[in-house]
Design a binder for this molecule. Structure first.
Ligand SMILES: Cc1ncc(COP(=O)(O)O)c(C=O)c1O
Length: 377
């Protein structure tokens, strides 16, 4: 099955009970048993729900894993995966990881004894020197947010295997349409499905896919025990969103290419961060591991004041957190998505006050470029 076909026919695309081609929303918490234990595969919806299962099977197929899991948010998915580890364990993460991922590791999971170190994972030597006797996993975000750095998933997975570590990849920005971490050697894939997979700014959800029966069993145990599951309505919204992922990603890619070209030639823009640019330091790795560079672009306008001026004039780019939806969004990471990262750490990472991040949507690209042009003047 080719990729666009799999988006529509992957998983359990038709309801086996009724033949409904839009998988039904099983709005139910419990299931009748014909005698104790005599159920039809479902007992209670925290443990399993048919609509959620249809979504879990779909993401499993799209990522090429052994099992999929749906959670109430991307952060719930990440936290559940971290609950595979024990007090005293250590995890290495990408340094300019999403602010919420940094926060949960350093302000919540540290309190239960899960220690973390943040390194530039695009530098294999930096990862090697961060491995400790109690390290259990390497968590990558690639491309990163907001500087769009790329980590070589294949190389890191090899290194992880040599040291008996799990490789976890946050695939939110690329989606399975452009990048398949499990094929590159990763063990676990995470998604904030709130973004491209949902695609319409109308659902908050998280997904995880694992590559082995053992991890599937362990993660199902955590999912059922901690209970941060996705409801049937939101599961259905995601199944619907995923059907159009292919055409949305293709159109986003084309719009983004034109916008990047425009930004590069604009005198008010000091620097453009986009992995599709040949000048991007990790462009060669990106070309090797992704089929598309995505719709996220960051650019530096020099100061917070310039960023505010741009924001006050921009029309079609909505000032909002989040990304990956049909409407173009704009944000200032230092004061929004990455505000939970301490200022000195942001400075170290290069997340400046003048850094503006856009998520390119599906509007007509000429309108988007005209809008940026008038707002940058
Ligand atoms: C790369 C990445 N991972 C994880 C998350 C967290 O996902 P959620 O907001 O669905 O909890 C986000 C949210 O912006 C993100 O951008």
């Amino acid at each position: 099955m080719k990729r666009k076909t799999k988006l529509i026919h992957g998983g359990i695309s038709t309801d086996p009970a009724t033949g409904a081609v839009s998988f039904p929303i099983y709005q139910v918490s419990t299931y009748k048993q014909e005698g104790v234990g005599g159920h039809k595969g479902y007992e209670y919806s925290r443990t399993g729900n048919p609509t959620r299962f249809a979504l879990e099977e779909l993401i499993k197929d799209l990522e090429g894993g052994k099992a999929g899991f749906a959670f109430g948010s991307g952060m719930a998915a990440m936290t559940a995966v971290m609950m595979l580890f024990n007090s005293g364990d250590h995890v290495i993460l990408t340094d300019d990881v999403y602010g919420g991922s940094f926060r949960v590791m350093t302000k919540v999971l540290n309190r239960v004894g899960i220690d973390s170190t943040f390194v530039d994972t695009s530098n294999l030597e930096a990862i090697k020197s961060a491995i400790k006797p109690n390290t259990k996993a390497i968590h990558l975000e690639t491309p990163t947010n907001p500087l769009l750095k790329i980590t070589d998933i294949e190389e890191v997975s090899k290194l992880a295997k040599e040291h008996g570590l799990l490789t976890i990849v946050d695939n939110t920005f690329s989606t399975p349409y452009w990048q398949n971490p499990i094929e590159l050697g990763a063990d676990i894939v995470l998604h904030s499905a709130t973004k491209y997979l949902g695609g319409h700014s109308d659902v908050v959800a998280g997904l995880a896919v694992v590559n082995s029966e053992k991890l599937a069993e362990d993660l199902h145990f955590v999912q059922n025990s901690t209970g941060g599951v996705l409801g049937p309505q939101d599961s259905w919204l995601l199944i619907r969103g995923i059907k159009t992922l292919g055409i949305r990603m293709e159109e986003t890619e084309s719009n983004t290419r034109d916008i990047v070209q425009f930004l590069q030639g604009h005198p008010s823009v000091r620097k453009v961060f986009y992995p599709g640019l040949e000048s991007h330091p990790n462009h060669a790795i990106a070309k090797k591991q992704v089929r598309g560079f995505g719709g996220m672009v960051s650019f530096d306008v020099g100061s917070a004041e310039n960023a505010d001026k741009l924001l006050s004039k921009i029309h079609y780019f909505t000032l909002a957190e989040s990304l990956g939806a049909v409407e173009s969004l704009i944000s200032v990471p230092a004061r929004m998505t990455h505000a939970s990262i301490p200022a000195e750490r942001r400075a170290e990472l290069g997340i400046t006050e003048g850094l503006v991040r856009i998520s390119v949507g599906l509007e007509d690209v000429e309108d988007l470029i005209d809008d940026l042009k008038q707002a940058l003047e």
